[in-house]
Design a protein around this ligand. Sequence first.
Ligand code: SF4
Length: 118
Amino acid sequence: MRTVPLLPTAGGGKVRPERYHLARLGADDIADLRDALIDAVPACDTTDAELFTGPDEVEPDSVREAREAVAKEICAGCPARIECLAYALAIRPAVGVWAGQTADEIRTMATAGAREVA
Ligand code: SF4
C-alpha cells in the first residue's frame, strides 16, 4: 500500500496533498516552503537541471518520457521529496519534474483536490 505524505500548511498543520490548495498560502509561506526545500538538500542540486526541466527546443514524446523517467528515479531517492511536493503544489509549475511528478500531474493533483471540495 502506498503511503501518502502529509504536507505542511501555513497554519502549522498538515494536510493530504489533494487538499493542499486549501492551505491558502501567501507569498511569505511560499518563500518558507522554498527555503525548506533548499534546506532539505535536493538531489537534483547535483544533477543536470535540464534532466528535470527539459531542453529549450522541442522534445519528441519518446525522448521526453525517457528523460522524465530518469528524473523520477532521482526524485524517488531524494531527501527533499516531501518539501518539493509541498512547494510544487503551492506554485503549480508549468514545466518540469517535481517530487516525482510532472508539472501536468501536479496540476491534476491540485485540481482534483479543488473539485473534491467544490
Ligand atoms: S524530489 Fe526531485 S525535483 Fe524535487 S528536489 Fe528532489 S530531486 Fe529535485
